[in-house]
Ligand binder design. Structure first.
Ligand code: ADP
Ligand code: MG
Length: 688
């Protein structure tokens, strides 16, 4: 980002948080609103409450008395028809004297208001020389931001980037483009960033629609190439003798459920065949996927090969490892955990073990498919919460072995039709039964105004020996506010309940996070036990604390349905009855209310997934991000599902005719894949 003019490291980091790490990400960072600066009245006519662009003469500066920083810096301005005061809090006088010199004319744009009968503008959004009046008097797009960014900076950065947008060869089918009346790509990019009207923000406005189609096609093509490649390279049949599996099953403190057995059989059959496995294991939170994954891995180890399990977060990787390690040890199989935290010698030792084949099972995060990691003979790769990884990342892992069988796992059930569209034809197993002995969770919705009662109820539960999760709201676009809310809640609850209250959040160093988690789980060597854990959504996936029976979710209305379901899945994992309290703030919207109702009514992940899809509105970003579908930047299911079907057919034709992407359109399509960071797919096409 810092290669863009005017962008230093700090702003660059903020932009990356808002838009993504690559310059191209800014192309897809679309405006979500407009600021109309075309209203340019004379001062006499300026209507308070509107955004206005005013041409004024600077008459006098009125700095605050040096002693009082609370009084703002005021600047009197006027035109032929009236006066206005520009107001600046915590202003730097020398800066204002330079930008608004007395006696000169300037254009200022911002919200005008009346204060004490006087027209004023507080912190104009724009101050410009009169010569730039026409540029100011336009409709300006507004962008989603992150902390440390202003609209002006974001807009300038995007504009700067757009200047570099090259004209690229058309990768779409000309007939389709003509039929839909779509602009060419570079024109579409320019148009979506220069909306003139609210109708231009419509996801199906033609420029936006074209870009959405580009994205859908890129994703379909990446999937299609992976599939074509998978079919082309035969798998190695892996047929273990079942001895490790039998030992592991004997060591389990429970019986496998019927669906765990069926899923395991499916997987073992896939691995035995000479085509490569690509199977999705769907099962609600707590349905017991890890054990199934372990059995698949043991099948490979029985024939002397290796297995890897990759999870999207460290906590989740640790949790899998915690399930797997004791079993592995009991049956004499070597397993390691590898995350970004392993550095230097420790990491090297693991790498050596993997390369030599001394280590049979590697559990880890993205760290597992770094370039320098080589397996002696990787047979099966399990990818948990696969939607969190891009297609290309999954590919990288599959590339670590000769003919790696891939098992994808998800706790967020994806409706069948969508799955087909997104993953092509992959096989699927479902864990539909909950392990025996689980009780339904008593879920209630309560207004935040009744927080006191909730705290007393939690106190009673603690007195009975319960372990309680207290989840603090996710504040959109601001990790810091997020943290502040959780810290404040932690302080308040500590006041009520003392040292038994712990806090975990995303910014806590991993070691501290673990320490608190261990105190909560009850495995900590030091520190008082924690039985009330205040957490931000870091606990969303993973975290298995079977004896936790109470969960409080603050501002539940701000979470997506699937995410709430995930969170709630952290409790109700034992034979003890569990309670989930969903606290909502003032007047949740209609959609938010429906979400909470559904959650109260059902614990069926499949039904929740369907409802989630039905309810997700365009503005509901949280829900979209958490819905368990691959992340699209432009395309969305509610708006573009028809295009998805078209893209799918388009992809099939392309792969039939030009599987190596060498024809003229193929060359252009490679550029499309690069733009959407599906580079790995391009490599596959080349390799073909
Ligand atoms: P998932 O990954 O599907 O959310 P896990 O694999 O983490 O679920 O399993 C959740 C918990 O249930 C773990 O503590 C696991 O040991 C336990 N478990 C798994 N299968 C069974 C079973 N058949 N009966 C009882 N408990 C089980
Ligand atoms: Mg799990």
């Amino acid at each position: 980002m810092t290669s863009i003019k005017g962008v230093g490291p700090r702003i660059g980091a903020s932009i990356e948080r808002a838009a993504g790490a690559h310059i191209a990400d800014l192309f897809w960072h679309l405006p979500t609103g407009l600021l109309d600066r075309r209203y340019a009245p004379e001062l006499r006519d300026a209507e308070p409450g509107r955004i206005a662009t005013l041409t004024v003469r600077v008459d006098a500066h009125r700095p605050p008395p040096a002693a009082n920083r609370r009084i703002p810096y005021r600047i009197n301005c006027s035109d032929e028809t009236g006066d206005i005061v520009l107001v600046f809090f915590h202003a730097r006088g020398d800066y204002l004297e330079k930008t608004l010199p007395v006696g000169e004319q300037r254009v200022v744009s911002g919200a005008v208001e009346i204060f004490d009968g006087i027209l004023q503008m507080t912190h104009p959004d724009i101050i410009a020389p009169v010569a730039e009046r026409d540029q100011v008097m336009q409709v300006h797009p507004t962008y989603p931001l992150s902390e440390g960014l202003s609209q002006n900076v974001m807009r300038r950065t995007v504009a700067e980037t757009l200047e570099r947008v090259p004209e690229l060869p058309e990768w779409l089918d000309p007939a389709l483009v003509a039929q839909r009346g779509w602009p060419r790509w570079h024109e579409a990019i320019a148009r979506v960033h220069a909306p003139a009207d609210f109708s231009d923000l419509d996801p199906n406005e033609s420029a936006r629609q074209r870009l959405a189609y580009d994205e859908l096609l890129a994703s379909q093509l990446a999937i299609g190439l992976v599939r074509a490649n998978t079919r082309k390279r035969p798998g190695l049949p892996t047929v273990g003798d079942g001895n490790l599996r039998a030992k592991a099953i004997a060591a389990l403190p429970f019986e496998l459920t019927g669906s765990q057995k069926r899923a395991t059989d499916d997987i073992i059959a896939d691995m035995a065949s000479d085509t490569r496995m690509l199977r999705l294991l769907q099962g609600d939170v707590g349905s017991g996927k890890t054990v199934v994954a372990l059995l698949a891995m043991l099948n490979a180890i029985e024939v002397g090969r290796q297995a890897a399990l990759m999870a999207p977060t460290e906590i989740l990787a640790q949790q899998h490892f915690a399930t797997i390690a004791p079993l592995a040890e009991a049956i004499g199989v070597s397993a390691v955990l590898l995350t970004g935290r392993d550095k230097g010698k420790a990491r090297q030792k693991i790498l050596d073990g993997l390369a030599a084949g001394d280590i049979s099972i590697a559990v880890g995060t993205h760290a597992l498919f770094q370039q320098d990691i080589a397996f002696d003979d990787l047979a099966v790769a399990v990818v948990d919460e696969q939607h969190r990884f891009g297609v290309h990342q999954r590919l990288l892992l599959a590339d670590k072995g000769a003919a790696v069988d891939v098992l994808l796992m998800t706790a967020t059930p994806i409706p069948r039709t969508l799955m087909l569209a997104f993953y092509g034809d992959l096989d699927e197993s479902q864990l539909t039964e909950k392990p025996a002995g689980r009780l339904p969770i008593d879920t209630r919705t309560i207004p935040l105004a009744r927080l006191d009662e909730v705290v007393s109820a939690v106190g009673r539960k603690l007195a009975e020996g319960a372990k309680v999760f207290w989840v603090c709201p996710l504040v959109e676009e601001s990790e810091n506010l997020d943290l502040a809310a959780a810290t404040a809640r932690h302080a308040a609850l500590t006041e009520a309940f003392g040292a038994r209250v712990g806090l975990v959040h995303g910014q806590l160093p991993a070691r501290d996070k673990d320490a608190v988690m261990e105190r909560f789980i009850g495995t900590a060597a030091e520190g008082p036990p924690v039985d009330l854990l205040v957490a931000t959504t870091v606990i969303e996936v993973g975290v298995d604390v079977p004896d936790a029976t109470v969960m409080v979710i603050e501002h539940a209305e701000r979470f997506g349905l699937a995410q709430l379901h995930q969170l709630r899945g952290r409790i109700g994992r034992s034979a003890k009855p569990s309670t989930c309290l969903l606290l909502y703030g003032d007047e949740p919207g209609e959609t938010a209310r429906s979400r909470l109702t559904i959650l109260r009514e059902t614990d069926d992940g499949f039904r929740i997934a369907e409802e989630d899809l039905r309810l997700r509105g365009a503005g509901d970003l949280l829900g979209t991000r958490q819905s368990g579908l691959p992340e699209f930047r432009l395309a969305s299911l509610e708006n573009h599902s028809e295009l998805l079907a078209v893209a799918r057919d388009d992809m099939k034709l392309i792969i039939d005719r030009d599987p190596t992407l060498d024809a003229e359109r193929g060359e252009a399509l490679r550029i499309l894949l690069y733009l959407f960071e599906r580079d790995a797919a391009v490599r596959l096409a080349r390799a073909g």
